[in-house]
Ligand binder design. Structure first.
Ligand code: GLY
Ligand code: MN
Ligand code: MN
Length: 411
């Protein structure tokens, strides 16, 4: 699978090309502690290896492709303290890459290729994955490329990220299976939250009931969990989760398990005491109708922006009917995010601008309504797979109607 992906990427590269994709670095938090390591998703996509301080390297010359993996040298003392570095045989076993280069030999290897294969030619096409989240960020790839261009200042470097995005945006069956596994663990974990929910429970306690099921099922959480009760549910990325969920409030729970780095991203909103008030039910059913309307509309050729416009149009009608658009109020006072984003190795997965949906895309459908003054925040989020003529709701097993939630919680 990883070899097939690398072959596809190689075919997209021009002749006379070199490509570098780095796995990332461990980052210090306080003292000698490290943040949890998150592998670069393009590196993982190409190699299947979830380790820091590695680099995938590819050379394409006269139609011939050669690739190799740079890894750290085994260090006996480090092995005793924090665990062994991956040995070359294991790296080959996982990735299928036969040629392994030790990190302390990488510049010699690169230089030999530059001299022998490319005669230091100026029209060599150099590629690296140069994705970054903010302008000042120096990712390991930027640090490497800075060093590379200081050694070879006559070469310019291109961004390989758009090519990798074109590959990653269509999910293979094996990827859909991993997302589905993450969704099924998320389902169990949401039921465990509902099992333990009651008026006066701490948002943190609800979160703990979610985490417990993830740990028991060898999953990590895909992103910081949101458990917002009452008014906290109207703050889109509320992550404190440290308030008491009062009687007659709703808990908006936006969460997901990650299985082998593939994310689920689900939101369910339920009454902490097991019973919706009439007003909560009224607003909930509008959001649910929007969620189901979008899921039945999805098909190839549409755009995520087009789907969001459908939600806004629907809310314009529905919110007017119940008087929420009086006194100059607009839909954007109650709903101000997009209805969808791609899902995969990242929760907010890679996306192309003005992209028209194709079979194999996986994305979220997550309309919401946020009535801050009434302390009602509702979002209902499912994960769907685009097919030839519609979509499959991968999270259809997770209960979401008022009747099903109330019946389940009554038990
Ligand atoms: N959990 C973040 C989102 O739904 O996009
Ligand atoms: Mn979410
Ligand atoms: Mn989402």
């Amino acid at each position: 699978m990883y070899k097939a992906r690398r072959e596809k990427l190689a075919a997209m590269l021009p002749e006379n090309a070199m490509l570098f994709v780095l796995s990332g670095k461990n980052v210090h938090s306080v003292g000698d502690e490290m943040y949890p390591f998150a592998v670069d998703r393009n590196f993982y996509y190409l190699t299947g290896i979830d380790r820091s301080d590695m680099m995938y390297m590819l050379v394409k010359k006269d139609g011939e492709v050669q690739d190799m993996l740079v890894i750290e040298r085994f260090d006996e003392m480090m092995a005793k303290w924090v665990g062994a570095k991956m040995l070359p045989a294991e790296a080959t076993e996982i990735s299928g890459i036969g040629q392994i280069v030790m990190d302390d030999e990488k510049w010699c290897t690169i230089h030999r290729m530059m001299a022998r294969q490319f005669d230091h030619e100026a029209n060599l096409n150099v590629y690296a994955d140069l994705t970054k989240q903010d302008i000042d960020q120096v990712t390991p790839a930027y640090a490497f490329i800075n060093e590379f261009t200081s050694k070879y200042p006559h070469l310019t470097v291109n961004n390989a990220a758009p090519m990798l995005t074109k590959l990653r945006i269509i999910k293979a069956d094996a990827e859909v299976e991993k997302i589905s596994k993450a969704i099924s663990v998320t389902n169990k974990a949401i039921l465990n939250m509902m099992d333990h929910s009651e008026a006066g429970i701490g948002e943190n306690v609800l979160e703990a009931h979610f985490d417990f099921v993830l740990k028991c099922n060898k999953c990590k959480r895909a992103f910081p969990t949101i458990v917002g009760s009452g008014k906290n549910g109207t703050v889109l990325h509320y992550g404190e989760n440290n308030q008491i969920a009062e009687d007659n409030t709703l808990a908006l729970c936006d969460l997901g398990a990650a299985y082998e780095n593939y994310s689920a991203d689900i939101t369910r909103t339920f009454p902490v005491n097991g019973k919706f008030t009439e007003r909560q039910k009224q607003i909930y059913n509008i959001v649910l109708e929007a969620n189901e309307m979008i899921i039945s509309a999805v098909k190839p050729g549409l755009t995520l922006r087009g789907l969001n416009n459908m939600v806004i149009e629907f809310y314009e009608k529905k919110l007017a009917e119940i008087g929420l658009l009086e006194n100059g109020k607009k839909v954007s006072d109650y709903y101000w995010h997009g209805v969808s984003h791609m899902l995969g190795l990242e929760t907010h997965d890679v996306q192309l601008s003005n992209y028209e949906l194709e079979p194999g895309n996986v994305f979220t459908v997550e309309p919401g309504l946020y009535l801050e003054e009434e302390g009602i925040g509702i979002r209902i989020e499912d994960d769907v797979l685009v097919t030839e003529d519609g979509c499959i709701n991968l999270s259809k097993e997770i209960i979401k109607t008022v009747e099903d939630i109330e019946a389940y919680m009554a038990k």
